[in-house]
Write a protein that binds this ligand. Structure first.
Ligand SMILES: [Mg+2]
Length: 276
């Protein structure tokens, strides 16, 4: 056969899948970072906040394991314990991590400015609002209640512990699509603040939007960002934009409040037959 016909979706967007920490709540994505920092300190292996943040977006147990694989952390661990970190160490630290994280989650549950307005805009467009997270089901139960108290309740939430593997694998996104009963995947947009968020969306065949300023890339809250001198702020901002674009994000913007106008652009691209 010399010619084949290819089906292409020309319809509008149907849904948006939002990350949690650093995207809709917890400006600067602090809650997990401070607990990873504490868990390693308790092992006699103090890490930097930067090291604590490096694998952000992953399942929290995987995150701990990835920190132990950072060269400098590994070396310090060997100096302290006389052997390299093992699976049992990761298990023990994750067991310590869970209650510590649960204890402080509510302290970091304030919504990022613009979240309620953006979600209202998504709903006005008739879009379903799903969510994915590296937090466990137990943590999400608590956070969802905190978010609801503040006026935000997504239509679906899928945790890393609900699927065979969290980010960068696509299962949390696919599970959202199933729960929300929306398809094809190119009619859904993934929004998140980490590189694994972008990979998760791309692996699921979705449009992806990276948030550069409110999450893990800058790793600073609103007040801290305001205190930066303009040059430093611009340098950090540019670095975050570059990293997310390099990861393959279709769009990079500062914050969730910048997402609504992008949806018009994506709809126009879809109407022309473009795919993510
Ligand atoms: Mg996040």
């Amino acid at each position: 056969m010399d010619f084949v016909f290819q089906r292409s979706y020309r319809g509008p967007l149907k849904g948006v899948l939002l990350d949690w920490a650093g995207t809709t709540m917890d400006y600067g994505c602090y809650a997990p970072a401070v607990v990873f920092f504490e868990v390693f300190k308790r092992q006699g292996v103090p890490i930097t906040m930067e090291q604590a943040r490096e694998p952000m977006g992953a399942h929290k147990r995987v995150h701990i394991q990835k920190i132990t694989q950072i060269e400098a952390v590994r070396r310090l661990w060997e100096e302290t314990h006389g052997r390299p970190p093992a699976e049992e160490d990761v298990d023990r630290m994750f067991a310590e991590f869970v209650p510590l994280q649960l204890q402080c989650l509510a302290d970091y549950a304030d919504l990022i400015p613009g979240t309620l307005e953006a979600v209202a805009d998504f709903r006005k467009r008739g879009l379903k609002v799903g969510s994915t997270t590296g937090y466990t089901g137990e943590m999400m139960q608590l956070l969802r209640a905190e978010a609801t108290r503040r006026g935000y309740t997504p239509d679906a939430t899928v945790c890393a512990t609900d699927v065979p593997a969290g980010r960068p694998e696509p299962w949390m996104c696919l599970e959202n699509a199933k729960l929300l009963r929306i398809f094809p995947m190119e009619s859904i947009v993934k929004v998140g603040d980490t590189l694994p968020d972008i990979f998760e969306g791309l692996n699921a065949g979705m449009w992806t939007v990276g948030l550069a300023m409110t999450g893990n890339e800058l790793g600073l809250n609103e007040a801290e960002i305001a205190r930066l001198d303009p040059e430093t702020r611009e340098r950090k901002r540019r670095r975050a934009y570059e990293r997310m674009a390099q990861a393959g994000a279709h769009y990079v913007v500062d914050a969730i409040s910048d997402v609504p106008p992008l949806l018009d652009e994506i709809n126009a691209r879809l109407a022309r037959g473009a795919r993510p």
